[in-house]
Design a protein around this ligand. Structure first.
Ligand code: UDP
Length: 239
């Protein structure tokens, strides 16, 4: 299949920190990160330009740290630094399987990685490098979902894909309610009004205001990324 047949040529993929944890309850599961990196390699080989935002919830979450007494901004900076660790791990994994990758942080930290620069990021992606946008938005009181919406818009992605542990957006928690219904498509306003919990409201509203389509799919569904960029309807599309 030629590059021209791609439904999505440039995408922003959001992985939660938890997606890297596998069945553990902290940190990174090597088998999981290697499998996800392999799926990213496959779509890069097909000619897809990939920007990646990884969360930090597998290491630190600001809201949980502040619940135990830490000042919220400090707690959030710890969360943002956690996302840098995850991005470095993914950069390393991608490079080991032959995929050029570059971490760009919203908080400059010169010896560790490059500082975020939209034009450089675009040039790298166009040259076939995966760009990992780390440290969220660089601001406390935000999430990496909002960072993903922001970067997707900035790089002019065709779609933002949010990888989760379930195969789309449901009317209720499918793990708890067997009658929960999966939506094929939703509008941004339906997500917000029905409090569907796809992403935080800031992230959804940012996508809505800039008309950035959002796909939600199950990261454990092997090959799903390739199917999505090839035009197969998988998961839920919010637009
Ligand atoms: N965070 C932040 N500003 C941002 C992005 C992230 O303060 O722009 C902090 C926040 O404390 C958050 C943590 O980084 O809890 C990890 O990000 P997130 O919870 O979004 O990770 P995920 O749930 O995707 O693993």
């Amino acid at each position: 299949m030629s590059e021209n047949e791609l439904t999505y040529k440039r995408l922003l993929l959001k992985l939660s920190g938890e997606a890297l944890m596998g069945s553990g309850d902290y940190g990174i599961d090597n088998a999981v990160i290697e499998r996800v990196a392999g799926e990213i390699r496959d779509i890069v080989k097909r000619g897809v330009e990939v920007g990646l935002v990884i969360g930090g919830g597998n290491i630190f979450r600001g809201i949980s740290l502040s619940a135990s007494g830490m000042q919220r901004s400090n707690a959030d900076y710890m969360g943002m630094l956690a996302t840098v660790m995850n991005a470095l791990a993914m950069q390393d994994t991608l490079e080991r399987i032959g995929v050029p990758a570059k971490v760009m942080s919203a908080i400059p930290m010169a010896p560790v990685c490059e500082a975020f620069d939209r034009r450089k990021a675009l040039a790298a992606m166009q040259a076939g490098e995966v760009v990992l946008f780390a440290a969220g938005t660089g601001n406390p009181y935000f999430t990496t979902d909002s960072a993903a919406s922001l970067r997707a818009i900035e790089i002019g992605a065709d779609i933002m894909l949010k990888a989760t542990k379930v195969d789309g957006v449901y009317s209720d928690d499918p793990m708890k309610n067997p009658d929960a219904e999966r939506y094929e498509t939703l509008s941004y306003d339906e997500v917000v009004e029905r409090k569907l919990g796809v992403m935080d409201t800031t992230a959804v509203v940012l996508c809505r205001d800039q008309q950035m389509p959002l796909g939600v799919f199950d990261i454990n569904n092997e090959g799903a990324l390739m199917k999505i960029v090839s035009g197969e309807r998988i998961g839920t599309i919010v637009q």
